[in-house]
Design a protein around this ligand. Structure first.
Ligand code: C5P
Length: 230
């Protein structure tokens, strides 16, 4: 590995998580004695590879400053944005003085607290010499349908369909320009899609199925189960 290349993590954590129907954003719900975001950030820090972790937090968020982990020397707080991509761009800007264009950035959802060091290392080891970068993903076990107004229009070829997870790993300079170019485009729901728009082909690295995103109330119990199993 090239010793001069650094690794940075960017964590978008400025969403409200409406589908949880909770009294606070999902990253602040309790999971095995800590908040979801504390688990997520601890796991990134434990991997021992990042020069810093930039966390994008909403201006209206009263919970973040209550957490000790926000004061960790490797954690940098950045302002959250309107959409996820805006929050990621804000995280990238927060490290622009320190990060070089060729450095790698791993973007990871605050709402994925079950990430393992093994998956972080697998992603890095697979992509470190890649030109473009890539993402953790899962193949689909179910048959997938194209549906409109609850009627099936067709069946997708599931051999070519993957579910995008995070972390998503790209070079600092390339990711920043891809997100800047795509600003305001609602189709950009992850980092890879911004690079795809530039005509690039990010790579797929098969991740662990327990790297779930907390989205609905029952996901908290599932995440706790996975953590116990890990
Ligand atoms: O809502 P969803 O689960 O897709 O959000 C994925 C991640 O993006 C979450 O960690 C959420 O906090 C973050 N996000 C953000 N800024 C937004 C919207 C979502 O940082 N404006």
């Amino acid at each position: 590995m090239n010793q001069t290349i650094k690794f940075w993590a960017v964590v978008p954590a400025a969403g409200v998580g409406k589908r949880m129907n909770a009294d606070r954003p999902k990253q602040y719900l309790e999971l095995a004695g800590l908040t979801v975001i504390e688990h997520t950030l601890s796991r990134l820090l434990q991997a021992n590879v990042f020069s810093a972790v930039a966390v994008a937090i909403s201006a209206e968020d009263p919970y973040w400053t209550e957490l000790d982990i926000g004061k960790h020397e490797l954690i940098i707080t950045a302002p959250g944005g309107k959409e996820r991509a805006d929050s990621v761009l804000s995280g990238l800007k927060a490290i622009r003085e320190q990060a070089k264009d060729d450095d790698w950035v791993l973007v990871h959802d605050a709402a994925r607290p079950c990430l393992t060091t093994g998956d972080i290392r697998l992603l890095i080891d697979t992509l470190v010499n890649d030109e473009v970068g890539g993402i953790l993903a899962l193949s689909s076990h179910d048959t997938l349908k194209n549906v409109q107004d609850k009627y099936i229009l067709g069946t997708l070829d599931r051999r070519t369909i993957w579910r995008a997870l995070t972390p998503q790993m790209f070079r600092y300079g390339l990711l920043k320009s891809a997100l800047e170019e795509a600003e305001g485009n609602p189709a950009i729901t992850d980092e890879a899609s911004a690079l795809e728009l530039m005509g690039l082909k990010p790579k797929i690295v098969e991740g662990r199925p327990d790297n779930i995103k907390i989205t609905q109330p029952e996901d908290l119990a599932l995440a706790q189960f996975y953590m116990e199993q890990q």
